[in-house]
Design a protein around this ligand. Structure first.
Ligand code: ADP
Length: 387
């Protein structure tokens, strides 16, 4: 006997475990969306175009720029929590959404610390955290006045809107400073720190303050853009402890909710200074997918939804990640099979249109020690970049 299937109209769809809206649809949203599927969280994104990385992976979306209050309101109305994959939503827009009664995590206060570098330097310094010597500058005289105190070179930074080193300029004299400031906008200048290394304290935090701290990662920047990372950072144990405590204290001070990355400068003298703060999943946490018991993307969702956080500990001795930057020949993705032929390489592509130097994906590898993992990740990234 053939039994008729139950008409689907009579089957109740299961309710989602939770509903999240995310402003932004880049690679961070794409990887958060992948984690959302694991947890049956419905995630809708605000996308700039229907070709954005998260949309290509299947995320439901609305189109609009980051300051589109109406679109964000619509997304927030059908979500339990609104979160971010970047810091470009204006603070006033976030405040309006909070005033409307929507749950926005992280909240405007934390986002402002990540979005406005001058505000962050002032606020963190006032709270007693170690920051490089800095000054707000309006003209070359302002840069020269800072250089009087710190010596040249000086780092001139755009107050907001920069990422991947855009808006960060090392200037050696007043002429170079003038060329940078000529672009217009709001700037700060700070001492050029003698960097021994750079480390990232990645953590996830729940509204009540429960915090999961990942093992410290050591990052390598070229022209201000993160190129590769090793995990765990091999630091002096006391320095590692200090870095962790500094990261936790800053996250607490900022009232972070969800994932945050506190990037720290380790000076050649062995001191720690705050680099910058990101209040969302971060490039320095991509290796957590393969290397840790709970990825940053899962823990971001768990943090903002006030669910128990997952174990951030390593499940391998060591790992490394190398960013895949566009070679500029438009053929990066066609070289994927060559990268997949590298044993042990976990390749992630974001589906982004190629431009020379644009982050198109990353490769993670694990291994007995960070350097062994790095060799594998580099080999696969080189294949993709046609190097
Ligand atoms: P972005 O927001 O573009 O990531 P950051 O402020 O994090 O910009 O700076 C990018 C990189 O530039 C840092 O990771 C570091 O390598 C370098 N940098 C930034 N500020 C300084 C500084 N004061 N001294 C030395 N290097 C710096």
């Amino acid at each position: 006997m053939i039994t008729a299937a139950t008409p689907s109209a009579q089957v109740q769809a299961a309710p989602y475990a939770a509903r999240v809206g995310m402003a932004g649809a880049g690679q961070l949203a794409r990887m958060t969306f992948q984690a959302a599927a694991d947890l049956d969280v419905r995630m809708q994104v605000l996308a700039g175009t229907a070709d954005d990385a998260a949309v290509r992976a299947g995320a439901p979306y609305r189109l609009g720029p980051p300051d589109d209050l109406a679109a964000l309101r619509t997304i927030a109305r059908s979500a339990d929590v609104l979160t971010l994959d970047h810091e470009h939503v204006p603070i006033q827009v976030l405040e309006r959404l909070v005033a409307d009664g929507h749950v926005v995590r992280p909240g405007p206060r934390a986002v402002r610390l990540a979005a406005d570098k001058l505000h962050a330097r002032r606020d963190l310094q006032a709270a007693g955290f170690p920051v490089p010597r800095f000054a707000e500058v309006h003209d070359v005289a302002g840069v020269a006045a800072l250089a009087e105190r710190t010596g040249w070179p000086v780092v001139v930074k755009a107050r907001g809107g920069g990422y991947d080193g855009r808006g960060v300029h090392v200037v050696r004299d007043v002429h170079e400073a003038a060329a940078v400031l000529a672009a217009g906008g709001a700037w700060l200048a700070e001492e050029h720190v003698d960097l021994g290394s750079e480390v990232s304290v990645l953590l996830a935090r729940r509204p009540g303050g429960e915090t999961a701290v990942y093992p410290l990662a050591e990052t390598t920047q070229v022209d201000g853009i993160c190129r590769e990372l090793t995990l765990p950072a091999l630091l002096d144990p006391q320095l590692e402890l200090d870095a962790r405590e500094l990261g936790i204290a800053i996250a607490e001070h900022a009232g972070v909710c969800g994932v945050a990355a506190i990037e720290l400068f380790v000076t050649t003298g062995g001191g720690l200074l705050v680099g910058e703060l990101a209040v969302r999943p971060h490039n320095s946490g991509h290796a957590t997918i393969e290397a840790c018991r709970t990825s940053q993307f899962h823990n971001h969702l768990r943090g903002i939804l006030d669910w128990p956080l997952g174990d951030p500990g390593l499940r391998v001795p060591a790992a490394a990640m190398v960013n895949v930057l566009g070679a500029g020949d438009g053929r990066t993705t066609s070289r994927l099979p060559r990268a997949l032929a590298v044993p042990g390489a976990a390749v992630h592509l974001y589906g982004k249109a190629e431009r020379a130097g644009r982050k198109l994906g990353h490769v993670t590898a694990t291994g007995p020690d960070p350097q062994a993992a790095l060799q594998i990740a580099r080999a696969a990234a080189s294949e993709l970049q046609g190097a």
